[in-house]
Design a protein around this ligand. Sequence first.
Ligand SMILES: Nc1nc2c(c(=O)[nH]1)N[C@H]1C(S)=C(S)[C@@H](COP(=O)(O)OP(=O)(O)OC[C@H]3O[C@@H](n4cnc5c(=O)[nH]c(N)nc54)[C@H](O)[C@@H]3O)O[C@H]1N2
Ligand SMILES: Nc1nc2c(c(=O)[nH]1)N[C@H]1C(S)=C(S)[C@@H](COP(=O)(O)OP(=O)(O)OC[C@H]3O[C@@H](n4cnc5c(=O)[nH]c(N)nc54)[C@H](O)[C@@H]3O)O[C@H]1N2
Ligand SMILES: [Mo]
Length: 759
Amino acid sequence: MTERQTPEAEAQAIKVPEAAGGWGSLEGIAATELSQRAGPGALETLRHLNKPDGTACTSCAWIKPPNPAAFEFCENGAKATLWDLTSARCTPAFFDKLTVSDLWGLSANELEREGRLTEPMRYDPATDRYVRATWDEAFAAIGSRLKAIPAQAMTFYASGKAALEPSYLYAVWARALGHNNLPDSSNMCHETTSVGLKKVIGSPVGTCQLEDLEQCDAIFYLGQNPGTNSPRILHPLQQAVKRGCKIVAFNPLKEAGLVEFINPQSPLEMLTGKATRLSHLYLQVRPGGDIAALMGVCKHVLARAEREAGLLDHAFIAQHTHDFDAFRAKVETTGWEALEAASGVTRAEMEAAGDVYADAKAVIGIYGMGLTQQVHGSEAIGLLVNLLLLRGNIGRPGTGCSPIRGHSNVQGQRTVGITEKVSLAPVDKYLDVLGLETPPQDGHNTAKFLEALLAGKNRVYLGLGGNLAMAVPDHGRVHAAWRNMDLTVHIATRLNHTHLLPGKESWILPCLVRSEEDIQASGNQFVSIEDSFSHIYSSMGRRKPAGEHVMSETAIICELAKASLPENPRWRWEEWRGDYARIRDLIAQTFPKEFADMDRRMHEPGGFYRGNDARNRIWHTQSGKAEFTDPTVLNAGPADDGADTLRLITLRSNDQFNTTVYGMNDRLRGLSGERTIALMPPGEISRLGLVEGQRITLVTATDTTTRRSVAGLKVVPYDLPAGTVAGYFPELNALVPLGLRDKLSDTPASKGVPVRIEP
Ligand SMILES: Nc1nc2c(c(=O)[nH]1)N[C@H]1C(S)=C(S)[C@@H](COP(=O)(O)OP(=O)(O)OC[C@H]3O[C@@H](n4cnc5c(=O)[nH]c(N)nc54)[C@H](O)[C@@H]3O)O[C@H]1N2
Ligand SMILES: Nc1nc2c(c(=O)[nH]1)N[C@H]1C(S)=C(S)[C@@H](COP(=O)(O)OP(=O)(O)OC[C@H]3O[C@@H](n4cnc5c(=O)[nH]c(N)nc54)[C@H](O)[C@@H]3O)O[C@H]1N2
Ligand SMILES: [Mo]
């Protein structure tokens, strides 16, 4: 039997997080084991990170400013870069020692720790091993296989790191083969933004610029963890707070980065340990509670507007928005009790947030995965936009809506044609510029690819980076089907578990990282990337490659395309490979609005801005105006089935980049040691008769025709709303059913999954 704790003991047991930034981060870098494992000169690479002449960081997609700080990188950017620059090598000798079945038993950290891949490897089913091959063998074998399989049975996935040049050619190659099956990591991430934000303001990307953060009076900050996932944003947030801007956070977890911040580059703050308190209000919503919480904020603002003339921007609403009356009516008929129940926060908290909003002249909305990875994520984004529209908080200085993107070039891949939707592909331009006929039918996004895979209809998988089999939901079903494919090919820097689910034929092709030099016929090549703020800039690597056989992503794509496509005088793969400026010319011709004169402009400090019509109040929506959303539900999660279930949210630790796990230390949450944990509020732990440290099994409590479970999770008390359990991605992905995804965009709902604890 389990013992109950006293409330005091429970409070004691809750982990107390420390301030983001601060000593931990600089100390973190030089003294790390990572630093020691990186080859000589790695710290020099860090010094040039995000500088006009340097390498663009491969970690998050936060802007690379025109006037960079002395060190324009953060703890986690340093980790990502040092991880890339390890001196460890995963050579053919390593693969000789272990079968693929043996390798599968290693952890993600153990696999990636072997270091950089150095030679093309072919899977040998007879010995269940990957064996060394030459590039010529790889290109010939893959090329002839692709020629023999119908294009509709192929899927070409892209993870959001690859730069604009290889991404552009990757999409061209897929379409030249005859398919639009081009899923992207974005499909598991901000696709809700690409579809949901576009629906309401006509822009699939954020409207803010850095100067807006310098002029706003309030920031509504929802479902994003800046201290870990985009730490460089903490500097402008700290500046904003210092000049009086108020931050209102919505998050089930008290994330340290949103609570307070010590600037690691300020000697005074470092010396005194004096942190800036960041959030003025912190609404600890229950999972999916944002729709109701934002409605409550709007309800209070609308009530105040009855008494205060001029509080609403009536001129803006009349001229620029659609369907305001329906939303207002919904707000008026929805009572506070329903809003409190669905949001998990009190009326007083929603009213306090409403006052911050109403008293601010310029407001910005910022959000991340807490909003996008929900069954009704698009509606949650719609509600945030509703709030902004009430006072004309889009399209004037200091205002706007700002999704924080994940991978460093994930937004850019979409801009240069990685999309499964024919309507978003530059069909006419492809024909003009390349004589390329785009296949007429829409292709697979990530969810549709998985459905095709499960139905036995997808025969080829090609991955431009990423670790898709681990990043997706429903591991049990997906992994069982993955090995049935005829051909799997991975363009990768390091070994991961997706590589260990070989199809009948399988290849691992080793590629350069961004900080390495990329010597082609015309010399060392630049590449370009686009950040969360739609700025495009160059990135140049200077380090020696990890091995003499390692090729660039662009070169690999050109060679594979050549080997698998009929000859065409307009497809000059050799010439494009030799000089990436020629690829930029193609991008500029294919997307003239965004990329005119790209090859010259990408060297401007801070990059060039490709513009955003919504920022100028030009709305490319169905109505031609910004659209108010009339919510169909009050909670963004799946419908409550009345059963006694908990809602699971899956999170990143401070010591991982997606499926890459650097270590076991989640510093900012005060957690360390292991990742197989279930964070639960103390009240829930005692209510369920559990004790701290006990091992439990979580079972998915929806779509129970398939059993989904994860065993051996350690119970850790944590400050969370009632009914919530939290744990790490990707360890808990087996619990997320593929069927649970945002209604509009198909983004898997990795937050708010109904689960039960198995006795
Ligand atoms: N160091 C590091 N940096 C990264 C990454 C990484 O793994 N490591 N990954 C990159 C990628 S690809 C991405 S997409 C981004 C992801 O960055 P984030 O958008 O921050 O994603 P998550 O880590 O999933 O955290 C989501 C946050 O939402 C909160 N949350 C969960 N459910 C809800 C809810 O219902 N409502 C609200 N309001 N909040 C909720 C969680 O508590 C958490 O703070 O980071 C990028 N940057
Ligand atoms: N439950 C749950 N699931 C999630 C999420 C969640 O919050 N919860 N988040 C989702 C999100 S937001 C995302 S973006 C996806 C991430 O999904 P992915 O983008 O597919 O996964 P990553 O872990 O970023 O991929 C890591 C691998 O990429 C390769 N790699 C690293 N750098 C490079 C490079 O420069 N070039 C090439 N070619 N390869 C490289 C290495 O082999 C490494 O092992 O996961 C999604 N899955
Ligand atoms: Mo992401």
